[in-house]
Design a protein around this ligand. Sequence first.
Ligand code: NAD
Length: 285
Amino acid sequence: MSTDPDAVPEIDDWNRLLEGRVAAVTGGGADGVGGAIAELFAAHGAIVEIAEIDGERGAATVEAVTAAGGSARTHEVDVRTESGVETFTSAVLDTHGRVDVLVNNVGDYRPLVRFHESTPESWEDMYRINLWHVYAVTQAFLTPMIEGGGGSIVNVHSVEGMRGFPGEPVYASMKAAVAHFTTSLAAGYGRKGIRANGIGVDLTQTRQVDYISGYEDHEDLWEAWAPVGRLGWPADQARTALFLASDLSSFITGHNIPVDGGTKAGGGWFFSPDAGRFVNRPKTL
Ligand SMILES: NC(=O)c1ccc[n+]([C@@H]2O[C@H](COP(=O)([O-])OP(=O)(O)OC[C@H]3O[C@@H](n4cnc5c(N)ncnc54)[C@H](O)[C@@H]3O)[C@@H](O)[C@H]2O)c1
């Protein structure tokens, strides 16, 4: 066991937490969690490489990063496919010869199929979009990351992988697998300089999960819904990803953090504006 106090990394500039690091982000298109992560990482000096199926969304993130004086490039690929993963990972490694940070962010609950109506094909679709590429992209980058002196992997999953999700157990189990893959990867590769942590997202306004449309007249719902009393934004997720990707979290690995405004902590308790207190049943007595 090392007892060397110099093992704690120096932070030279707290405003540039990822200076010069190559950061790969899947699904880094604009208006999503990945886009916010790409922008914040670039603002902290990272050289950002995005894998994004939607060329326009990818280009919009690159434009925002460039306008702010940062460095980013997007690759129009589908990370559900072997060829998409190969195109992306070899472009990053051919250009930089290394990767220091990896954010596996792509995922989707759609189309939502109730389990009793699901099929082996719909299970396969959930696997491809939520789990397969997490293995594939991580495997392609892991050895170069180790050879480059180590790195940080951040896997974006869901609070639904950390609690029972009645609506879609197949989706939830894929997210749970991402969380446990994260923990196990961390345990196995810590001595090789790899840290791996996960983010369990909830209640975050994006194109995929639109909490605003249809709820315009229900501002008061937030007080009841989220213990912190507000909607989450991609920037809330990005700040956590920056912490986990950077040396701020140098002694943290194998954890999955719910970034959910407290919904997991609340665990079935809702604040009732009528009752003026938290309740755990639909009708307050
Ligand atoms: N927003 C929430 O509240 C919420 C809740 C739970 C989990 N999540 C998870 O957070 C992550 C980000 O979701 P989001 O809300 O930002 O959604 P989003 O749909 O806004 O962003 C996903 C991005 O990934 C891209 N993408 C989709 N499929 C791809 C593919 N096959 N190859 C490459 N790129 C692809 C999309 O074009 C988009 O830019 C996902 O893993 C999602 O499951 C989000």
